[in-house]
Design a protein. Structure first.
Length: 211
């Protein structure tokens, strides 16, 4: 059983997996919500929604409450998707023409290097391994009904206990007041503590942990 499944099982029914059939609509909500600074949303909405959907299908797991009032995504180290992709690549690659293999490899490298993605990933994994080696990342948190999300998440995390540390990554948005308000939400409302600050691809990131 994966760590996310274990967390859901220990939540006393307060966490439920979002069905695969509903992940596309959830991805639309995430595309409309993030990034908080709308000027950073460079890609068209359909592309951002598709990116969120792929992430929720292959890497992260979306959970919600019984009444569908909020959505929380949980992420660990994506070893299973990474190994699966490697196996698929090993099987399919020999069947493709050389020019197509080169083009796909070049596209993957360009995607990893664009906007410092590879550097940001390595920096964050190294820092998280130091402050919360067994933590689950709270990747997204969106309330679908006013005021319901905070109560639900706080209650669910209390039910789970302290066996699994949870990590929240808060990248700086350029608005100091908004960043401080987000941090207070996690600290005062959900019981997280600030444990470190780092920079990923030149962007400051605050790391909060709930043990």
């Amino acid at each position: 059983m994966s760590r996310v499944h274990n967390v859901v099982a220990r939540s006393e029914g307060k966490l439920e997996f979002v069905p695969v059939s509903e992940l596309w609509s959830v991805s639309g909500v995430l595309a409309d919500t993030f990034p908080l600074d709308r000027e950073l949303a460079r890609a068209p909405r359909w592309a951002r929604q598709t990116s969120h959907w792929i992430r929720l299908v292959l890497v992260d797991r979306a959970v919600t409450d019984r009444d569908r009032t909020a959505v929380l995504t949980l992420s660990g180290t994506p070893w299973v998707p990474a190994v699966g992709a490697a196996i698929v690549a090993a099987v399919i690659a020999p069947l493709l023409p050389r020019w197509l293999r080169v083009a796909l490899f070049g596209g993957a490298v360009a995607w990893a290097l664009r906007d410092g993605r590879a550097s940001r990933f390595l920096t964050m994994r190294r820092e998280l391994g130091r402050v919360a080696p067994d933590g689950l990342i709270v990747a997204d948190f969106v309330a679908l009904a006013p005021g319901a999300g905070m109560r639900w998440v706080a209650d669910a995390l209390d039910s789970i206990g302290n066996e699994t540390p949870f990590v929240a990554l808060l990248p700086a948005s350029g608005d100091a007041r908004r960043d401080a308000a987000r941090e207070r939400l996690y600290v005062r409302g959900l019981g997280f503590e600030r444990v470190a600050e780092t920079a990923a691809a030149g962007q400051p990131v605050t790391i909060l942990v709930r043990n």
